[in-house]
Design a protein around this ligand. Sequence first.
Ligand SMILES: [Zn+2]
Length: 92
Amino acid sequence: MKTKRQKICHCCGIYTEPQAQDPDRDKGYGTCKKCSTQIALDNEERWKGVIALVAKSLNPENRAKFLSEHIAVQAHICDEMIKAGIISWKFS
Ligand SMILES: [Zn+2]
């Protein structure tokens, strides 16, 4: 049963915690913990492919620096490269 402050998960439709409001979603919708975890894992998998491609194109010194960064930093760098038009990303 839904309580007044709960949100509906936009992904699986279950009632979520009140704090699960997603700013990109309509009012009353959020993302439950299970779906949030899955989405984060899916995103990480997608980024791994882009990160590998970018790493391959760098010289050995820069590749070592790039690969020593946390995946969030690597993904941010790739995101900046996508925004700058240096690389493109097709969703399939
Ligand atoms: Zn969900």
